[in-house]
Design a protein around this ligand. Structure first.
Ligand SMILES: [Zn+2]
Length: 218
């Protein structure tokens, strides 16, 4: 196959399962295209994804705020009451001179998860408004770079491990932020598993680029 220019690559899609190259064809809303060799799903087109994605990212952000505002745990050790919040945990790392760990925590459990949800929300709002051809491209590239670095789920598991270890030292009370963080992590995993970046690229192409072409034709 001979490619005339780089843009021609946009019309090709590779199967991530068997690496067969396919030409991308328009499909109906709500349907999916499968690989002719192995049957693996190549891409889907579901315009409802915009509303679902937007609702999920807004809900996720609300729970993220709650998780960062209220205490995760309340510890009662020898009559000494202590509240643990996410910002306080990060601050105490810096305060005790653990700068590298502090920076890692700040980015992996606070800045990156927050950015991912904000970018997702912005992307779905722009797609809904059918605008921002350039911005959506930049946002999608940025999203692909930072998604592997969001580790709120690992942080949540580490809290569970710490809970089990600390329970013998004194009385523990689980705070609102613990449940908020749990819901946030569940939404985060759901979005990562169900809304793939390639599907958002596809939606962008359908709504913003092909919409433009149609308008130019008129
Ligand atoms: Zn295949």
């Amino acid at each position: 196959m001979k490619l005339e220019n780089e843009d021609a690559l946009d019309d090709l899609i590779i199967c991530h399962h068997c690496y067969t190259l396919h030409e991308e064809v328009p499909i109906h809303d709500g349907s999916k295209a499968c690989c002719s060799e192995c049957g693996h799903v190549l891409y889907r087109y579901d315009s409802k994804l915009i509303n679902h994605g937007l609702a999920l990212s807004i809900t996720g952000l609300i729970f993220f705020m709650l998780a960062n505002t209220f205490p995760i745990l309340k510890m009662d050790i020898l009559g000494n009451e202590q509240f643990i919040t996410i910002p306080k945990t990060i601050y105490s790392l810096f305060d005790n001179g653990f700068y590298i760990v502090g920076f890692l925590c700040l980015f992996l459990i606070f800045i990156f998860p927050l950015m991912i949800f904000l970018i997702n929300m912005l992307l779905f709002i722009l797609l809904k408004m059918k605008s921002g051809v350039k911005v959506t491209k930049e946002l999608l590239v940025l999203l692909a770079h930072i998604t592997p670095w969001s580790m709120a789920d690992i942080f949540f598991i580490s809290i569970l491990v710490a809970l089990v270890k600390l329970v013998s030292f004194g009385q523990m009370h689980i705070g609102i932020a613990f449940w908020a963080l749990m819901i946030f992590v569940a939404i985060d995993i759901y979005i990562t598993k169900n809304i793939h970046i390639s599907e958002i690229w596809m939606l962008r192409k359908r709504i913003l680029l092909q919409g433009d072409k149609n308008e130019n034709k008129k």
